[in-house]
Design a protein around this ligand. Sequence first.
Ligand SMILES: [Zn+2]
Length: 449
Amino acid sequence: MHPLKHIDAHMDNLISELQTLIQQPSVSAKNEGIQECAQLVKKILEKAGIKSEILRLKNFAPIVYGEIKSKKNPNRTLLFYNHYDVQPVEPFELWDDPPFSGKIKGNKIFGRGSSDDKGELITRIKAVEALLKTAGDVPCNIKFVIEGEEETGSVHIEQYLKKYQKKFSCDGVIWEFGYVDSKNRPIIGLGMKGLLYVELSVKESIRDAHSSLAVLIKNPAWRLIEAVNTLRDSDGKILIKDWYKEAEPLSKKDLEIISREPFDEKSFKKEFGVKSFVSNMNGFSAKKALVGNPTCNIAGFVSGYTGSGAKTVLPKDALVKIDFRLIPKMEPKKQIFRLKKHLKTMGFNDVSIKIFHGEAAARTNPSDSFVSKVKEAADQTFGKSILNVSNAGTGPMHSFVKILNAPCVSIGSTYMFSRIHSPNEFARIDLLRKTTKCFCLLIDKFGNN
Ligand SMILES: [Zn+2]
């Protein structure tokens, strides 16, 4: 039987195994069902004919590793990166069915993890299984790295990658997720932005005071506002010295891809209820910003009294949380140093800095042959696809690219509006089927390089 026919003939099996996966809670934020889910994933891999083991490092959530060697082409390896953990289900009362039900309604299968990331994982396993069951071999070596801490920031993935660098070595990585837009076009993502998350605070006095004393006691909220105001101009440009020094500009090819990318500005604005964008960007400049602009965003600002009514108080302290998105070649450590130096030079020695998270950006060259293979497989399956130079968000892609030294591309089955991280998350069965077929074709193309 042809592997694509095999996929059609065994969709029931794909669905029931996805249901089993959804029904096993695996909330990393609460350490709920993590070990059990890792065992379950191992079992599913083995049932598909993929050799599997559980890797453990310290007391971190285990990684489920799967591997199948190709008999005819043992010199080329494709690695699938996925995760078996899920986001918490709260608010519980907003779910129409229990969050771990795996209930099917028409073309949709519901439950936490149905798309993110258990749905994505099952398509990849089933694609490999279809090849194995129909040909008794795979066109290239396949590896699975399935982690259990993605939804809590993949904080230990780099340590795992370093320890198992040899074991995980490969020639291409398929990222854990991929979106399909409302016109059924898969989005092929070639990168992710980096992130620097910091907290700035000012403590002025040992307790809140009557606000009449504002004539004498300095207000820490004002002080922090003054400091924060030096970081960025009103057009979004970051004013810290050398902030953009190493930042890699978009290439001609990147710009070409961006110009071809669809962007429904009107419905985007409607979705968020906004009338205009930062610096009045529109059309091409807005698309370009999503892909290639660093940001300095205030994520939260707390000080004094924010309850109802009036309270004339002079707060003792003030705190702001800021996230900076980074683009390729901007090194988090260097940027932290620059931020600290900036505050010092501007005279804000009294502003304390706490660093939470630093992660570099990653981008795969659109001219890499891996990209064209993914695009061919996607176009063949879906009829059309969209290339995206970089996601506006952040993920640990850089660790993979850097440590495994392989190009990394994201493509998957997640319908854009499938409510991932929200109540009533679902996966579309038609997309699960198509994506499984797409991976089958991709593995074949990749193997027959
Ligand atoms: Zn997620």
